[in-house]
Ligand binder design. Structure first.
Ligand SMILES: [Zn+2]
Length: 86
């Protein structure tokens, strides 16, 4: 994913309305996945460009979704792509 390149000018996606605030909820893992890495980790603010308030919200909702089993705690990437190093 060429994330690094197409999102050069970063601004909080929730503040700017690209993602609706009410859509960021533990009930909607598809939206939350946008804020997670391929390995299932929460992307840092650095990567997403979220403001502090919304980053906290995203992290909280992802954790909730994990608790009820909608999102994974980690994705075991190593097994599927053996030659990758992390
Ligand atoms: Zn924001």
């Amino acid at each position: 994913m060429a994330y690094k390149y197409y999102n050069r000018n970063r601004y909080c996606r929730i503040c700017s309305g690209q993602v609706k605030e009410e859509d960021v909820t533990y009930k909607d893992p598809a939206i939350l996945k946008k804020f997670m890495s391929e390995r299932g980790k929460i992307k840092s603010r650095n990567r997403t460009g979220n403001c502090a308030k919304h980053q906290r919200k995203v992290a909280r909702e992802i954790k909730r979704a994990r608790m009820i089993g909608l999102l994974p705690f980690k994705v075991d990437y190593y097994r599927s792509k053996r030659n990758r190093r992390w």
